[in-house]
Design a protein around this ligand. Structure first.
Ligand code: ATP
Length: 309
């Protein structure tokens, strides 16, 4: 649905994008992860047709960026990371204003306004002034605005930034709903954990290049280091001794009867180590891989030099 090839963008002497390649399949919820200044906003603005790249190509729903600006506007809904302040405009009026910008007026616009306010749970705020809304409410209104023309592709720039934990959960639930409706969603974020249970795919950008991308499960499982928690009946000294001399092991934490460690390699290496522990008479009661969070993966990639971080 979105294809980006060798995208480049320079601001003066700053190279914001240095040959970015990215592919977002139709129907995906794609987490676009990177540190501040990595180039996320620049990418999203180019995909939304708001910024012209210096090189490379980008395509959204088969439309080459730059060649079909009107058609692109129909397909894409863009939610910027910054919500402008609108004095003297009520929530309902705000949406009607944007509907009119897309040529939607009259009863159709009123219905759309009410449906969208319901979707983003702002129905009761229809007559409130926009600048009296909380940050979370403003973000949701901004999302409703991006949905006004029923776009197939949503480009959301840090939709949860500045939100409290409850507001984040609410935003996540709305995005899940939108995903169920079949939208392709590209979400940028530098907060990894908020994307972990939402995304189907993840791409990691650093210094204007994509360093990893793929289905979330693949990215999490394909990592060559695992964290294992070992528990044994009684003291863990014998286990600690073995682990200390075992290649590819880094002990993270030792507690009475429990050791947490990293092990290089996959399931075969874990099975080999477990066998040796048992052969040496360590009374193992638990030996299991910790679920690797997105955060862990990111930190690990950074350590491997794939990311700056
Ligand atoms: P953040 O998470 O902080 O929003 P980002 O990943 O979205 O960061 P961009 O906003 O795309 O990153 O910025 C990429 C680089 O380009 C940064 O070094 C930034 O300072 C620079 N940059 C962005 N916009 C401009 C501009 N208008 N003029 C000059 N430099 C810019």
């Amino acid at each position: 649905m979105i294809k980006v090839r060798s995208l480049k963008k320079t601001y003066g002497r700053v190279q914001a994008l240095r040959g970015l390649d990215m592919e977002v399949p139709a129907g995906a919820v794609y987490g676009f992860i990177g540190q501040n200044g990595a180039g996320k906003t620049t990418t999203l603005r180019i995909l939304a047709g708001l910024l012209v790249p210096d090189g490379g190509t980008a395509e959204v729903a088969g439309l080459e960026i730059g060649s079909h600006p009107r058609a692109l506007r129909e397909v894409v809904g863009y939610m910027p990371d910054f919500f402008g302040v609108y004095d003297d405009l009520r929530v309902g009026e705000y949406l009607l204003f944007y509907a009119a910008a897309y040529g939607i007026r009259g009863p159709r616009a009123f219905k759309l306004r009410d449906d969208l306010l319901e979707l983003v749970e702002l129905g009761e705020k229809r007559e409130a002034f926009v600048d009296t809304l909380s940050r979370g409410m403003q973000q949701r209104l901004c999302l409703a605005r991006a949905l006004i023309h029923d776009p197939r592709v949503l480009l959301l720039d840090e939709p949860a930034s500045g939100l409290d934990p409850l507001a984040r959960v609410e935003m996540r639930e709305i995005l899940k709903e939108l995903s169920k409706l079949g939208k392709t969603i590209l979400i940028s974020s530098h907060i990894l954990s908020e994307l972990a249970d939402l995304c189907t795919h993840v791409g990691m950008i650093t210094e204007g290049r994509l360093v990893r991308q793929g289905p979330l499960a693949e990215l999490l499982n394909g990592t060559p280091v695992q964290t294992i928690i070992l528990r044994c009946h009684g003291p863990a000294e014998a286990a600690e001794k073995l682990l200390a001399g075992w290649p590819g092991v880094e002990v993270l934490r030792s507690l009475p009867g429990q050791v947490e460690f990293r092990l290089a390699g996959g399931a075969a290496q874990a099975a080999e180590l477990l066998k040796e522990l048992v052969l040496r008479g360590v009374p193992v009661t638990h030996f299991a891989q910790e679920d690797q969070s997105l955060e862990d993966t990111f930190v690990q990639l950074a350590r491997e030099g794939g990311l700056n971080g």
